[in-house]
Design a protein around this ligand. Sequence first.
Ligand SMILES: [Zn+2]
Length: 125
Amino acid sequence: MSPVRRCSRTACGRPAVATLTYVYADSTAVLGPLATYAEPHCYDLCAEHSERLTAPRGWEVVRLLDSSAPARPSGDDLEALANAVREAARPQERAAGAGGGGARAADPMEVARRGHLRVLRSPDN
Ligand SMILES: [Zn+2]
């Protein structure tokens, strides 16, 4: 069995119930169902931190888990949506690996590929 997923917030060891995905291109943070596998730009959050989530300035938060929504889509729909978001957020590393003989110049997405993510500074600090 897979190990229990934990909240990624510092000093919080509660079990994760949701996954936060940052879509840098759209300045949007998407809170959705717990991801089935970990990705570098995804952060697992416990119930409490999901509830308290606030976006950095200039960012929008999209909650796919809003329990107050009148009509909830099925879990499958939510998961498909969350996966689509993650797909869109993923840096285009596959393109570089595919083909092999491709003579691609520098990928404009390259700037997003850093060893770790520290992207949440406000623009006006
Ligand atoms: Zn937490």
